[in-house]
Write a protein that binds this ligand. Structure first.
Ligand code: GDP
Length: 313
């Protein structure tokens, strides 16, 4: 088993690499659900869907989220009816949320529904939500770095409505304490020959998984098998606020900041050549470093990185 701790798009690209390598049946992705929320009466699971759509070959690479060949007629109608429809969902994408919501209302667990959706798409990779009960990432932030107008935002309010512009003061993970981690996830973590922490936002995408004690404790036990791929390229996020979040919370944003955030359970880290200056600081923390190109644009990039990880000792 290769177990991959996953956020959204960065993780999805790596999982696609394993799939293209033909290792999909061996891979179990444990996916962040801290970004989940209810919109228009529907249960939306952005990271589960990013991973699923990427593995189904359906992702919208131009937008970076959602499904390709998409239209937005339903949301247009919602706006016309007076709904403040700030969270855009495409028409094809809505089909997923309709299905998921109905199954949850029927009493199915999120992990069961996720598996049904994956099977319907013919995906071999196991996709497992980190929790069957709600865990919600809550962001406490101020409008700017210097203002004192602290507000508590649900993840999607911070990320989409406020375009991740507010200055993050702290992050909480509501429900993490009583989270019900699917057994499949814990078994995969325990049995994996390799545990990969995907290149995802450490605080907002991997943080929710780490906030769940059962996951964190198991990871610590498996430290020798854990390899993290840094989500930073030359100290910067390729997209999104990962660098700003690290800076706000830890006063610096380098791959060494990421390594120290993962320190308890991370034996090795892959960093991009652009981050070679951070290598010594990472080694000083007691984490082994390997430098290799980590930007996954083409399928070849994804395969190369996945192959390197799969061959890792
Ligand atoms: P989400 O899609 O918004 O959930 O975002 P992710 O959780 O995937 O995290 C975004 C982070 O992943 C950013 O810090 C990006 O720099 C990083 N990321 C995205 N794609 C890649 C990639 O191809 N290589 C590397 N090394 N990092 C990436």
């Amino acid at each position: 088993v290769i177990c991959v701790l996953a956020g959204g798009v960065g993780a999805a690209k790596l999982l696609r690499g394993f799939e293209l390598l033909g290792l999909d049946e061996e891979v179990v992705a444990i996916v962040n659900t801290g970004d989940d929320d209810e919109f228009y009466g529907l249960h939306v699971s952005p990271d589960l869907d990013s991973v699923t759509y990427a593995l189904a070959g359906l992702s919208n690479d131009e937008l970076g989220w959602g499904v390709r060949d998409e239209s937005y007629r339903a949301i247009e109608m919602l706006s016309r009816l007076g709904d403040d429809a700030w969270f855009t969902l495409g028409d094809r994408d809505l089909g997923t949320h309709l299905y998921r919501t109905r199954r949850l209302l029927e009493g199915a667990h999120l992990s069961e529904v996720t598996d049904e959706i994956r099977l319907a798409h013919g995906i071999g990779t196991s996709i497992v939500p980190m929790s069957d009960t709600p865990v919600r990432t809550m962001v406490r932030a101020t409008t700017t770095r210097d203002s004192a107008d602290e507000m508590t935002l649900r993840f999607q309010e911070y990320f989409v409505k406020h375009r991740h512009q507010p200055w993050v003061r702290s992050v909480g993970y509501e429900g993490a304490e009583g989270a019900h981690v699917p057994e499949r996830a814990i078994l995969a973590l325990q049995q994996a020959r390799l545990v990969v922490i995907a290149p995802s936002n450490p605080v907002l995408s991997i943080g929710p998984l780490l906030a769940i004690k059962e996951i964190r404790t198991t990871l610590i036990e498996r430290r020798d098998a854990v390899v993290a791929v840094s989500p930073l390229i030359g100290d910067r996020a390729l997209k999104g606020p990962a660098d700003a979040n690290l800076h706000a919370l830890f006063h610096e944003s380098t791959s060494a900041t990421v390594a120290s955030f993962y320190l308890d359970f991370c034996r090795q880290m892959l960093i991009d050549p652009a981050d070679a200056p951070a290598a010594n600081a990472i080694r000083a923390l007691g984490v082994e470093v390997h430098t290799t190109p980590t930007i996954m644009q083409s399928d070849d990039d994804k395969i190369t990185l996945a192959r390197l990880l799969a061959a890792h000792q």
